[in-house]
Structure formats: C-alpha cells, structure tokens
Design a protein. Structure first.
Length: 200
C-alpha cells in the first residue's frame, strides 16, 4: 500500500475482535500507521442479538437466555498488550470528547485504537451508559500502569489509556522510501528477479 495515505478503519466489536481478531492484533503488533475505531455495543445487534467477544458474562439475550457463560475480552488491555501505541475509549453520547480523541488518534503516528461505546438500543438502553460514564483523571504514564488502569476501572471509564512513540512498520521496512510513488521500472524489476534466480 501507499504509506502516504492516512488510513482510518471502522469495525464492530464482533468483526474486530471476533472474526477479524488476528488482523487487528497483528496491525497493532506491527504498529501500522492507521487509526482503528471499534464500535462496541457488546452484542451482534444486526443478527438478532447473539453475544459478542466483548459481551459481559451473564448477559441474557436471544442466543443466551440463561446468560452468557464466556469471559469477555478486555479491548483496551488487549490492544496495549498487542503493541498499539495509542489506546483510548470514548462514548457516542459525548460527541465533543469523541471528536477530540479521534483527532488526536489520527494525528498520532502509529497504530491508534479507539473503543467507542455505543448502545444497541434494542438490547441496551442509553440510561445504562449515561449513569455509569466516568473519565480518567490522567493518562497512565507506563505500559503496566495503563493495563492496570484499564482493568481496575469499569468498562464505562473514558479517556486515553496509553500513548507512546515507536517506529512505525513501513518505516522499519522501507525507511523513507515510498514503493508506490517511487516504484522501479519493469526492466529494473525483471533484472532484480533475474539476479535473485541467477538467470543470465
């Protein structure tokens, strides 16, 4: 791909941390220069309410009438451990805070992960969120402190949990070279292939 492009990805909790978990984890691990916005309503809302990788244990829905028995992933600590260099949580009901965090994440060089809490109102009510929302008093300074803060605070705690500088993937791979805008000619590519294959 073209490293000069700014990438912003949108995904749900089921797609991003279910079927697409490996892709999400490796993008964070490599510190790909992109912003990943995860819409978390903690349920597969468009497919009649099955529990998702982030659904809390005990939640009762159409597919789990006796309550979900699985322990959920913790998106914030998972992304910090995976290697993301910007990790935050926002709420769709606080547009100003959400806007500020998206701007900060997009400016950040590296893999930025934003978990956006948003109720699927067929299954969860706004009041459940509005009554429990709180904000981090300050961003944790170190990696382990960030994980501790993420796990000790409940899922409705908002703010930037982790931010650090680390070399981004394409610069590790190519330096300042852009393989799209500065691509080799066909003749040069063929010549390199011949050298690799030792063809005269």
């Amino acid at each position: 791909g073209n490293p000069a492009l700014k990438i912003i990805n949108f995904s749900g909790d089921g797609n991003g941390l279910g079927e697409g978990l490996a892709h999400t984890m490796f993008a964070a691990k490599r510190n790909q220069d992109m912003t990943y916005i995860l819409h978390n309503n903690s349920v597969y809302a468009l497919t009649t309410g099955q529990f998702s990788p982030l659904t809390e244990k005990g939640w009762k829905g159409p597919s789990t009438p006796k309550g979900s028995f699985e322990k959920p992933f913790h998106a914030i600590s998972l992304m910090i451990e995976a290697g993301a260099t910007f990790v935050a949580r926002c709420f769709s009901g606080d547009i100003n805070h959400l806007t500020d965090i998206i701007v900060e994440a997009t400016i950040h060089e590296g893999f930025s992960f934003i978990e956006v809490l948003q109720p699927a109102i067929t299954y969860r009510k706004w009041a459940e969120y509005n009554e429990q929302i709180e904000y981090l008093e300050k961003k944790p300074e170190f990696h382990l402190d960030a994980i501790k803060a993420a796990k000790e605070n409940h899922k409705f705690t908002l703010g930037v949990f982790f931010k650090k500088k680390r070399q981004i993937y394409h610069k590790e791979l190519y330096g300042d070279h852009n393989p799209i805008t500065k691509k080799l000619s066909r003749e040069n590519r063929l010549e390199k292939i011949k050298r690799i294959l030792k063809i005269k």
